[in-house]
Design a binder for this molecule. Structure first.
Ligand code: ASP
Length: 320
């Protein structure tokens, strides 16, 4: 099989063929999700636990729906009222859950690397739903699916990623994915929000929106991640919007058929103009949400296949 991963911890670990395998399967789940009856039994009998140590609307709902559409038993742990609040360590929480034999663990955590650590302690498949400013692999995969469906390909495109690059796991995962798929990437941000050393990824850096957007096929906007900022990175939101907020005038510098993306949650009038975000001729923001469910179904389906195969091998091993 073209998808060999045991966990989905980051785009970093995926080969281009694994990425296209996820996208191809996700295309099929888009069709299934548009039917009145959206049920399949791909994960029947399996248990999925969602552990979100950081707040989430889209991602958590999307993983929950994805699991339910595939027939899994889905449990959402409320981490706000869990034993973590009583001082339990991440590892102890993981070991406790592991003893309940889940098959899929979906984890979001504010610390970069926490999900990788957890994956090393449990014997189910772990999916990273965002760890600190490190990775958000399913976001990059759903963005890739949205781009491929809008542009007909996910190679040889010029993609601008704009805004708070420094604090964004979405930017990092997208950068890695788009690079692996041989696209031309431009990062546009004020110098205070551009991470040091990022040019090593082979992208072009800009601090002027109009210049950076010139001829781009895809414009990806990011939220100011205030929860990860300590100190003042921008003079004021008003000034930020003036220089870096995407509106129709700035977008006119991109290709005529450029699409506009945003991972959400979106701050209208800060990083993007509200009317532009709602313009169905340019904005694919709602498509991204739809693709999110399908991509998560595909990822969980592929990981479950690998898990079953691994368990099957283990049983055969004990028999010889
Ligand atoms: N929802 C995305 C994330 O969890 C982007 C954001 O929060 O701005 O990283």
């Amino acid at each position: 099989m073209a998808f060999r991963a045991r966990h989905l911890l980051g785009i970093e670990h995926l080969a281009p063929l694994e990425i296209t395998t996820v996208l191809d399967l996700a295309d099929r789940y888009v069709e299934m999700s548009r039917r009145t009856v959206k049920q399949s039994d791909v994960l029947a009998g399996m248990t999925q636990i969602n552990m979100f140590f950081e707040s989430s609307t889209r991602t958590q709902a999307s993983f929950e729906l994805a699991g339910k559409r595939l027939g899994a038993d889905v449990m959402n742990m409320s981490m706000q009222s869990s034993s973590v609040k009583k001082g339990e360590t991440l590892i102890d929480t993981a070991m406790t859950l592991n003893a309940m034999h889940p098959d899929l663990l979906v984890v979001r955590h504010p610390s970069s690397g926490a999900v990788n650590l957890l994956a090393s302690k449990v014997n189910c498949a772990v999916l990273n739903a965002g760890d600190g400013r490190h990775e958000h692999p399913t976001q990059a995969l759903l963005d890739a699916l949205t781009i491929r469906r809008a542009k007909g390909r996910i190679q040889r495109l010029t993609v601008a990623i704009c805004g708070d690059i420094a604090h964004s796991r979405v930017a990092r995962s997208n950068l890695i994915l788009l690079n692996k798929m041989e696209n031309r990437i431009r990062l546009i941000a004020p110098p205070t929000l551009m991470p040091a050393g990022v040019d090593a990824f082979g992208c072009e850096l800009f601090d002027d929106m109009r210049e950076g957007l010139k001829g781009c096929d895809v414009v990806m906007m990011l939220r100011l991640q205030k929860e990860r900022m300590d100190g003042g990175f921008i003079p004021s939101e008003r000034e930020y919007y003036h220089r870096y907020g995407l509106d129709a005038e700035k977008l006119s510098h991109a290709a005529e058929d450029a699409i506009v993306m945003h991972p959400g949650p979106m701050n209208r009038g800060v990083e993007i103009d509200g009317d532009l975000a709602d313009d169905i001729n340019r904005s694919v923001i709602q498509d991204q949400v739809e693709m999110g469910v399908a991509v998560r179904m595909a990822c969980m389906d592929l990981l479950a296949r690998n898990l079953r195969a691994e368990r099957g091998r283990r049983i055969v091993g004990t028999m010889v």
